[in-house]
Ligand binder design. Sequence first.
Ligand code: ADP
Length: 364
Amino acid sequence: MNQTDLHDVIAALPVAVLAVDGQARVVAANAAANALLGDHLTDRPFVTVLRHPVVVQAVDSMIDPARVMPPVPDPSLAAVESGGYRNRVIISARGRDIPVEITVSGLPGREGALVVIEDSSGIEEAEQLRRDFVANVSHELRTPLTAMMGFIETLRGPARDDPSARDKFLAIMEAETGRMNRLVLDLLSLSRVESEERRRPAEAVDLGILVRSVVATLAPQAAGQGVSISVEGPDSEAIVSGDPDQLTQVFHNLVENAVKYGGSGGEVTLRLERLAREPTLRGPAHAVSVIDRGEGIESIHLPRLTERFYRVDSHRSRQQGGTGLGLAIVKHIVSRHRGKLRIESEKGQGSRFIVILPVRPDRR
Ligand code: ADP
């Protein structure tokens, strides 16, 4: 391969690639490398382009293994099949630290090395999210567990012969175990929805019927709390492609929240509407609004409500047996259905959670 071929091949690659010659001088760099490391990379010594000792050592040993003093190579470098090295490092480029995966390999038929740099910021972010999630779950489980351990100790000791204290503590323990159980069920549900998110549900679901059945299930409990639930809109022909169990869960969670947090208004309304064209879905849609007339939510909280474990008032959510996962599950299910979740609320005016789903295309 001559120099021109090498340039052409490197230029066509979608990841950042640099080629260096036998003097460790950069002889070719593609647009992705420029985007990552800056312009004017060619004709410069490699060490001035990417100043990471482990990578520089890998490049040197690729050019001339004898030139590098032991340990050769650096123990943190993993050998790859092609005879090169691969490593995850943090590089400083364009004024910021970027986690990257670097592969250094030889150039066929000539002296020099090929350096491939893959930006792994996305992977690092995903890993950080996963770590945060595990930490949050542990915290959520530990709090009730610690409380339970305290109650068990008290029941064994000071409250042993006090029936009224015993009943009170057992009732709290029942509520706490119930909440832990719901947390585990919600976690399982979230992971199931996430794993299916790319598979679009195909069953024909009538939202009018589905929503009314959710209301029938929750109405008695709501009535017990002084809240009436009504449904407005057509009771048939609001057909979407969906997973009926998951859509039931969506409206169950939203109506439960409306009763729990917005119940002070005494009424919860579900409104079904057909939208001739929903711009964000680029087509006709069905919208179901779950409207309460409770105390509403301050606007600063709105963008974060669907994050896992985000609550406006943690104490209140826990007291109500909440897991902090309800809206995260709703968001994932709606997104699996290629729909949108919109939240509108004003402090003191109540809230409106709107689920917008594309109309099922006519299959005739
Ligand atoms: P939780 O288990 O805490 O109810 P969710 O994910 O369902 O978790 O809701 C997150 C938070 O959003 C709740 O803790 C509450 O602060 C707020 N919220 C949800 N629905 C409403 C509503 N209808 N009115 C006021 N606040 C709400």
